[in-house]
Design a protein around this ligand. Structure first.
Ligand SMILES: *Cc1c(COP(=O)(O)O)cnc(C)c1O
Length: 364
């Protein structure tokens, strides 16, 4: 095994080394209190300070105004697929869906299970989810209860470059795999959610940013734990939250602010992605799987030739031996995928590129 390991897993995924070290240092004895955060009550002042500063950091990083609540929930992004329609569907109205891959499709399925009619705004299945196109030009039914999009498609490797124009219709975005990787205008969205385990922290926390007026929509029949209003009232402490996960989000958000915030991180992400895609495009050996215009800067999906599975297997194994782990594509699509989230240093991408060039030379 190489000394330095670079982790390209899609999620759970790489976290900043500085954060991992700090968490290790503080794990047994947090700030000299004699025990660890995981041993503390979620109602104690010690944890109160942690959750409040995590929220304050996220508000700063994403420029979230007082019109929005910031919630730390559980159940993953996947529970949001159900919780959002439970709270925000309107009887007799359709829910608008833009299907750009596996995760938007799963959300669509949950909305259907709950008996909602769907306004299919965009269906990417016809082109194998390789492209998104000009989302700003999509036609949205002005009667929709809300519109759901997934802005970065972790599995297929595409990313929205523009957003649908929904006017007064609430626009809801799954940002699980690119949250805080690039700037965006929160005020365009009524609700944004993200599982923490791609770009923010460990698995087990879901960030939900919701415009306050929306939380009032919820019908009486929704159980207490599944209502946004419950968690808003209780400030994410209705029941025991994932205290450790929220603590790591605090550390990661602190790290992000120290890096110069989202714009500075976005610049680094653009550089990493540009270098990696250029290496793919110039190789004559590897091939990117998505339309260039819509390529994700977080999840770089590629193949060897037209999909040489044997060589891809060899690539994954040899890369792992060289300290480059997690490069296998998602089981639904195969191929190769390098997830280069915020915490992946440029040196990791450069090491991967050197390995790729060498592999292409030997096997081309
Ligand atoms: C990983 C992922 C999910 C699923 O997240 P869970 O927390 O496992 O439910 C949903 N949406 C996107 C875009 C993802 O990348």
């Amino acid at each position: 095994m190489a000394n330095e390991v670079y982790n390209f897993n899609a999620g759970p995924a790489v976290l900043p080394k500085e954060v991992m070290i700090k968490a290790q240092e503080e794990f047994v004895n947090y700030h000299g209190c004699g025990y660890g955060v995981v041993e503390e009550s979620h109602r104690a002042p010690l944890f109160d300070e942690i959750i409040q500063s995590a929220e304050a950091n996220l508000r700063k990083l994403m420029d979230i105004s007082d019109d929005y609540e910031v919630l730390f929930l559980q159940g993953g992004a996947s529970l949001q697929f159900a919780m959002i329609p439970m709270n925000l569907a309107i009887p007799g109205k359709k829910i608008g869906f833009c299907d750009t891959g596996e995760w938007s499709h799963k959300a669509l399925k949950e909305a259907k299970i709950l008996g909602n009619d769907i306004d299919m705004i965009y269906d990417g299945s016809a082109n194998g989810f390789k492209t998104i196109g000009n989302a700003a030009s999509w036609k949205v039914d002005p009667q929709d209860a809300y519109v759901h999009i997934c802005v970065n498609n972790t599995i297929f490797g595409t990313e929205y470059q523009s957003y649908p124009e929904t006017g007064d219709i609430p626009l809801i975005a799954d940002m699980s795999s690119d949250i805080m990787s690039r700037t965006f205008d929160m005020n365009k969205f009524a609700l944004v959610f993200a599982g923490a385990q791609k770009n923010m922290g460990p698995a087990g926390v879901t960030l939900v940013v919701i415009r306050k007026d929306l939380a009032e929509r919820c019908p009486e029949t929704v159980p207490t734990m599944l209502r946004f209003s419950t968690h808003i009232k209780a400030k994410s402490l209705f029941n025991t939250p994932n205290t450790f996960g929220i603590y790591i989000i605090r550390l990661v958000s602190e790290w992000m602010l120290a890096q110069g915030g989202v714009p500075a991180i976005q610049k680094k992400n653009e550089e990493k992605a540009a270098k990696l895609y250029a290496a793919i495009d110039n190789s004559g050996f590897f091939r990117g799987t998505c339309d260039k215009a819509d390529r994700s800067k977080m999840n770089v999906c590629f193949r060897i030739g037209d999909g040489n599975e044997e060589l891809e297997k060899k690539f994954v194994a040899e890369a792992k031996a060289a300290g480059l782990v997690g490069l296998k594509g998602h089981r639904a699509v195969g191929g190769l995928r390098a997830s280069i989230y915020n915490a992946m240093p440029l040196s990791g991408v450069e090491t991967l590129i050197s390995f790729m060039n060498e592999f292409a030379r030997k096997n081309g």
